[in-house]
Design a protein around this ligand. Structure first.
Ligand SMILES: Cc1cc2nc3c(=O)[nH]c(=O)nc-3n(C[C@H](O)[C@H](O)[C@H](O)COP(=O)(O)OP(=O)(O)OC[C@H]3O[C@@H](n4cnc5c(N)ncnc54)[C@H](O)[C@@H]3O)c2cc1C
Length: 456
């Protein structure tokens, strides 16, 4: 159901924040999300100012029967931060960050991006691990789990989540932590936006004042890819890596004759002393003469690369979890990437383990604690016909790489249907989440997400 003029008027008088409707000059900008190709026209976008605004927006949406989408950083692959005709509750203006350096904790409003939080925390020599991209919202990233540059050293983002404030479907603002509403606290650590609108998170912070990291670009032969994975798997926990096997982009640090050649475009992140870091990174440099080597002692926030505004790629993607990428698997990866003529295609390989794997699978709703490698496959497309070709390619690629575990990471899912969402929650996790959903959102009011319907 679409929002009508009366509901928009009700919203304008009810909230402290801003109501942006189709007739407003910045409407098109306000409805733009990170991914291109998702062109929905919400009836109203509400830039909430505080938790009271969140309660009011929920109440108007409930009373008028209008669909509600929730947006923090707007990076959902599935476009879940936009509604066609409904209301978008946008947390972009809720970006307060209150750091307590003495106790190494922070209360962060959920409209903050990973980059904003990390830059501010870095001023104190502190960090909480998020993902690999500064513009991603801490809202969506945290609620799905959060796998990034510090995953092996400190675990997932949710492993540093100490408490959260959340407005539930009945309009209550709940403070949840290990003691208060522990079922809810378990569910929001991986269960996404199914249980309410998170307004603030409290995070543990870590001292990360010595750090070695950056980009290492190697030629992508099967031996290099397999060697990289072997080194990353046996490296100390301080080292987390994200290796993108993809055509070398036309960047100034890559010699022009290598542009477009398949490369391992790898981010290395060593959260520890400089000498130990150099030692841990040395084997990667020996895999092949690097095409570019930008790994150096740096401040941790520098890991976030500058981003171009106005960049809205159209891409199809698949995510999976595997245990080994040996030379035979690497051979297949390289061959499939070579065979595609998509303008950009990538196999992103993230070696897991370390602190993340020491948390028991049942401790949080993100339960994939024992898988050793996360793989994300993506191809950019141009137009609907090309989309079908690229989608067939990623689907086939995914099927070829599966190694018995059907699991997926919810934050890398697109609009792939209910069966895929189910795979994000293995074992008893799904039933437990459905029971929590029934307790806090029995009518499935929060359904514009990777949805977990209420259990019977
Ligand atoms: C370029 C890029 C790089 C990425 N890199 C990583 C990475 O390294 N590691 C990783 O773990 N993930 C990564 N992701 C995936 C990312 O974590 C998810 O896309 C995440 O959902 C984005 O959060 P957001 O707040 O930006 O998105 P949004 O689109 O605003 O939200 C995504 C979903 O979360 C819900 N949601 C958001 N905020 C709230 C809230 N406050 N309360 C309730 N529900 C909410 C939304 O309703 C929606 O369903 C990446 C994504 C992109 C596009």
């Amino acid at each position: 159901m679409s929002i009508d003029a009366k509901a928009i008027a009700d919203l304008r008088s009810a909230v402290r924040g801003r109501v942006i409707a189709p007739e407003d000059a910045d409407y098109d900008e306000a409805r733009t999300i990170f991914y291109g190709g998702i062109d929905r026209r919400p009836g109203a976008i509400i830039r909430v100012a505080d938790a009271d605004d969140v309660r009011r927006v929920i109440s108007v949406a409930q009373d008028s029967g209008v669909e509600l989408a929730v947006r923090s950083g707007g990076h959902s692959f599935a476009g879940h931060s936009l509604s066609e005709g409904g209301i978008v509750l946008d947390l972009k203006d809720m970006r307060a960050l209150d750091i307590d350096p003495e106790h190494r904790t922070a209360w962060a409003e959920t409209g903050l991006t990973a980059g904003e939080y990390t830059t501010a925390a870095g001023e104190h020599g502190l960090a909480t691990g998020f993902g690999d991209t500064g513009s991603v919202g801490i809202g969506g990233l945290t609620l799905g789990g959060g796998v990034g540059f510090l995953v092996r050293k400190f675990g997932l983002t949710i492993d540093d989540l100490l408490a959260a404030e959340l407005v539930t479907a009945d309009g209550r603002l709940l403070h949840t932590d290990a003691e208060k509403y522990p079922d809810l606290f378990w569910a929001i650590r991986g269960g996404g936006g199914n249980f309410g609108v998170a307004t603030r998170f409290q995070f543990r912070m870590h001292r990360v004042d010595e750090f070695v990291g950056g980009l290492l670009i190697l030629p992508a032969t099967p031996a290099v890819v397999a060697g990289f994975m072997a080194e990353a798997g046996s490296a100390p926990d301080e080292l987390s890596t994200i290796a993108n096997v993809m055509p070398a982009p036309p960047m100034p640090m890559v010699p022009e004759e290598l542009h477009g050649r398949l490369s391992v475009f790898a981010f290395l992140a060593f959260a520890g002393g400089v000498e130990d870091g150099e030692r841990a990174i040395a084997p990667f440099r020996k895999l092949a003469p690097p095409l570019a080597d930008l790994v150096r002692p740096m401040r941790y926030p520098e890991m976030y690369q500058p981003e171009e505004g106005g960049y809205h790629p159209t891409a199809v993607a698949r995510t999976l979890l595997v245990d080994t990428i040996d030379e035979a698997v690497a051979q297949d990866i390289v061959a499939r990437l070579e065979a595609s003529d998509a303008p950009l295609r990538v196999a992103q390989l993230r070696v897991l383990g370390g602190a993340m794997s020491r948390v028991p699978p049942g401790a949080t709703a993100f339960a994939h604690r024992t898988n050793r490698i996360m793989v994300n496959l993506a191809a950019f497309y141009e137009g609907p016909e090309d989309r079908a070709v690229r989608e067939a390619w990623v689907v086939e690629f995914e099927a070829a790489l599966r190694q018995g575990d059907a699991g997926v990471y919810v934050n890398f899912l697109g609009d792939e249907g209910a069966a895929q969402v189910r795979r994000a929650y293995p074992g008893g996790t799904w039933d437990r989440l459905a029971a929590v959903k029934r307790r806090y959102d029995p009518t499935n009011f929060f359904h514009v997400n990777q949805n977990i319907p209420p259990g019977k």
